[in-house]
Design a protein around this ligand. Structure first.
Ligand SMILES: Cc1ncc(COP(=O)(O)O)c(C=O)c1O
Length: 399
C-alpha cells in the first residue's frame, strides 16, 4: 500500500468550503464586512479590517504609526532576531528600520528583558511576535512601555492561542494576523488588522479603501488556486502531487509584496471555515499537548517553556535538538513514516541581513542557535492519533 505523506501545514478543507468558494465568485462586497463581523465576535474586538495578507496588515499599521509619531526621529521598529524575514519588507516599505533583539532560548520568543537596552529616542514601535503560535509576553509591555512607542502584536501564526483567555493579537493596542496558506486558518491568503483606539478607525479604513482591487479575472484565478489547494493539503493529494507542489513552495526570499483588498470569495470561504474555527484550534491545542508528552524529558531535546496561563494553538510544534546528526536522523525517520517536518527559516535575521548587525558582538546567540537546531513537527488537525503514535515510535527509535 502507498505510504501517504502528511504536509507540514494545512487547513483540512471540505466540500462545503469549495462550494462556498464557487458561490463567493458571485457574492457582493458586503460578504467581506460580514466576515469581519464574524471575526470580531470570535476575537472579542471592536475594530478590525481584512486585507490581502499579514504583511499588508502590518504595513498599514506601520504607516499609521509614522503618521501619528510624536517625533520625526522615531523610525525604528524592534523585532526579535528569529522570525519571518519577510517582515522586514513592510518595515522598510514604510520608510522605517528594523532593530533586532535576541530571542530567549527558554521561550523561543523575543527576550523582553533585553528591550530596555534596545529602546532609544528613535524607537517608534515594538513588535512582540507569537512565533509558532506560542504567546510572547505582551501584557507587561503594555505597562512598562512609554506611550510614545506603539506596541503591535504579530499574531500571524497564533490565531486561536490565548493568554489568560485573551486572544493573542488583541492584548496590545494593535495587532495583526495572517490567513495565508500554512497558517492556523487559511482563506488561501489574507490578513487581519485590529486596533483598540477608535480614533484610528477612519484613517485605517481610508488606507484599506485606497488599496487596489483584484480584477474579475484575478478573482476567478484565485478561486481555482484555492480549489487546487483544498486537494493539495490532503495527504492523498499531497502524496500524489508532491512533485508539483514542491515547485510552489516558497524557497527564495521575497523582495517585495503586493497589497490589495480582500475578496468576497475569500470572505465566503472564511465564513464557512469559521463554523469550525474552535474545533480546528482545539485540535492544534490537543496535538500540542500530546507532542509535549512525547518530547518532554528527552536528553538533547529542548522544548519551549509555556506559562500556565497560555493556551497554545501551535502553528508548528518547535523542538531544538542539540545534536544535529540526531536531528537529521529524526527528520528522516519521520519522513519514512509519512510525517513531513520543517526547519522554517534556516538562518536568523542578523545572518540573512548583515546590515542589521550594529557591531561584531555575538548579540543574537540564542536566535543563531535556534535557527540551526530547530525542527518543527506538524500539530494541525490532520494529525490524528495514528500519526501521533508514529511520531512517538520514531522518537523512541532515534533517542
Ligand atoms: C511571524 C510572521 N509574521 C508575518 C507574516 C506575514 O504574513 P503573510 O504571509 O500573510 O503576509 C508571516 C508569514 O509567514 C509570519 O510567519
Amino acid at each position: 500500500m502507498m505510504n501517504l505523506r502528511i504536509p507540514t501545514a494545512g487547513t483540512p478543507y471540505n466540500f462545503a468550503d469549495i462550494f462556498a468558494c464557487i458561490k463567493g465568485i458571485l457574492s457582493p462586497k458586503s460578504k467581506i464586512h460580514n466576515f469581519e463581523e464574524e471575526i470580531k465576535k470570535y476575537l472579542k474586538v471592536r475594530n478590525l479590517l481584512l486585507v490581502n495578507s499579514g504583511t499588508t496588515a502590518c504595513f498599514l499599521l506601520l504607516k499609521l504609526f509614522k503618521r501619528y509619531r510624536k517625533n520625526s526621529i522615531q523610525d525604528e521598529v524592534i523585532i526579535p532576531a528569529y522570525t519571518a524575514p519577510s517582515l522586514l519588507l513592510p518595515i522598510e516599505k514604510a520608510g522605517l528600520k528594523g532593530v533586532l533583539i535576541d530571542i530567549d532560548i527558554k521561550t523561543f520568543n523575543m527576550d523582553v528583558s533585553k528591550l530596555n537596552n534596545a529602546i532609544s529616542d528613535k524607537t517608534l514601535a515594538i513588535m512582540p511576535i507569537h512565533m509558532f503560535g506560542i504567546p510572547c509576553e505582551t501584557e507587561s509591555l503594555n505597562k512598562i512601555i512609554k506611550d510614545n512607542i506603539f506596541i503591535i502584536e504579530d499574531a500571524a501564526s497564533s490565531l486561536g492561542s490565548k493568554i489568560n483567555n485573551k486572544h493573542t493579537g488583541t492584548i496590545a493596542p494593535f495587532g495583526f494576523y495572517s490567513l495565508n496558506r500554512g497558517k492556523n486558518i487559511s482563506t488561501f491568503t489574507g490578513g487581519i488588522l485590529t486596533w483598540k483606539n477608535e480614533k484610528y478607525t477612519e484613517i485605517l479604513k481610508k488606507f484599506r479603501d485606497e488599496l487596489p482591487e483584484l480584477s474579475k479575472k484575478q478573482k476567478r484565478q484565485m478561486a481555482l488556486k484555492f480549489i487546487a489547494l483544498t486537494i493539495a493539503v490532503r495527504p492523498i493529494g499531497y502524496t500524489l502531487l508532491n512533485f508539483l507542489i514542491s515547485r510552489f513552495k516558497y524557497t527564495e526570499l521575497h523582495t517585495d509584496f503586493d497589497s490589495f483588498q480582500y475578496t468576497s470569495i475569500q470572505a465566503a470561504i472564511g465564513i464557512n471555515l469559521w463554523k469550525r474555527v474552535n474545533s480546528l484550534s482545539k485540535k492544534r491545542i490537543v496535538n500540542g499537548k500530546k507532542l509535549i508528552a512525547i518530547f518532554r524529558n528527552i536528553d538533547g531535546i529542548i522544548l519551549p517553556e509555556l506559562k500556565q496561563e497560555y493556551n497554545v494553538a501551535f502553528n508548528q510544534f518547535p523542538i531544538l535538538i542539540e545534536d544535529l546528526k540526531q536531528c537529521e536522523n529524526l527528520e528522516k525517520e519521520l519522513l519514512k513514516n509519512g510525517i513531513e517536518t520543517s526547519h522554517l527559516y534556516e538562518k536568523s535575521l542578523d545572518e540573512i541581513f548583515p546590515y542589521l548587525k550594529k557591531d561584531d558582538s555575538n548579540k543574537f546567540k540564542s536566535a543563531n542557535y535556534l535557527a540551526k537546531h530547530l525542527l518543527l513537527i506538524p500539530p494541525h488537525a490532520q494529525i490524528n492519533n495514528k500519526s501521533i503514535n508514529k511520531i512517538h515510535t520514531c522518537v523512541k527509535n532515534i533517542f
